[in-house]
Design a protein around this ligand. Structure first.
Ligand SMILES: Cc1cc2nc3c(=O)[nH]c(=O)nc-3n(C[C@H](O)[C@H](O)[C@H](O)COP(=O)(O)O)c2cc1C
Ligand code: SF4
Ligand code: SF4
Length: 259
């Protein structure tokens, strides 16, 4: 399949997905394809350009993805055969996103070009965080991203769906209860002795869960994307009984427009 332009919509909590997106963009552009990047959390309702391929990229969360990413996919307009590809990044395993996302998009009239899941460092269970292992995993992940972009360009990619099982697994991340339980288990806390009231956490939050009063205050919308925890310059935010280990793959400035 030949195409000249991609509109690539992505969300990245701590930067893994952004690195993959940038690697794919670089690979596409080296082959003469124009790539426009857009943030899912800022996108609002989008208009589909029939002459562009649509790209989607996001992290795996709870075997699927974050509720606002599902909302974004579900709200995409219907089309007559616009081509779409997806890529997700994950720490280990996901069973509930590739198939269900394909079904949603196919039902809306898209032409699924390819889906790939790329292992990157785990940004959630950080107690066994090993920087050297993370660097190796990242390098391997970026090689896979480059190969995936080439496979899309040369028509070698595919997007399969295992019915029933993947739909059942997708219920974990599609269900509201999962996120309620997680919010309880990993309640965010601020160490006010460390916080310098800079407001960066509120700017970074993709779901407007943080309100700046004297100190940041958390509402009840957190999806544990890890951004505020990872990028607080004073490491003043923790989830539950955290072991105070942090992970990020990019700088905070790379994830938001203005800091
Ligand atoms: C709340 C949460 C849930 C996660 N669930 C999974 C999971 O089910 N399977 C998995 O392999 N990785 C899981 N991960 C790890 C992330 O998918 C992985 O580290 C991803 O590359 C993070 O991308 P980002 O840096 O772009 O946010 C989870 C991470 C978080 C924060
Ligand atoms: S980013 Fe950290 S230091 Fe800045 S307001 Fe938030 S918690 Fe405080
Ligand atoms: S409060 Fe923090 S962890 Fe929760 S969604 Fe917002 S940025 Fe992500």
């Amino acid at each position: 399949m030949t195409f000249n332009k991609i509109k690539f919509y992505y969300f990245s909590g701590t930067g893994n997905t952004l690195l993959v997106v940038n690697k794919m963009k670089e690979t596409f552009e080296a082959k003469g394809v124009v790539v426009e990047l857009h943030r899912i959390e800022k996108a609002g309702s989008i208009e589909i350009d029939p002459d562009c391929v649509l790209g989607l990229a996001f992290p795996v969360a709870c075997q699927g993805t974050y509720p606002f990413v599902w909302d974004f996919i579900e709200a995409l307009p219907e089309t007559h055969g616009v081509s779409v590809f997806m890529v997700d990044t994950l720490g280990a395993f996901s069973g509930g996103v590739v198939g269900p996302a394909r079904k949603i998009l196919k039902d809306k009239g898209y032409n699924p070009l390819g889906a790939r899941e790329i292992s990157m460092p785990d940004n959630f269970f950080l107690s066994k965080n090993d920087p050297t292992r993370n660097e190796t995993k990242k390098a391997l992940g970026l090689k896979k991203a480059e190969k995936y972009a080439m496979d899309i360009l040369t028509g070698k990619s595919s997007w399969k769906r295992i019915p029933v099982i993947s739909d059942l697994v997708s219920r974990i991340s599609l269900g509201k209860t999962t996120w309620k339980v997680l919010r309880k288990l990993f309640k965010l806390k601020i160490d006010t002795t460390k916080c310098i009231k800079c407001g960066l956490c509120a700017k970074l939050c993709p779901v407007q869960n943080i309100e700046m009063k004297e100190y940041p205050q958390f509402q009840d919308k957190c999806v544990i994307c890890m951004r505020c925890i990872s990028f607080c310059p004073k490491h003043a935010i923790f989830k539950g009984k955290d072991n105070h280990v942090f992970y990020s793959a990019v700088a905070a400035e790379d994830l938001i427009e203005e800091v």
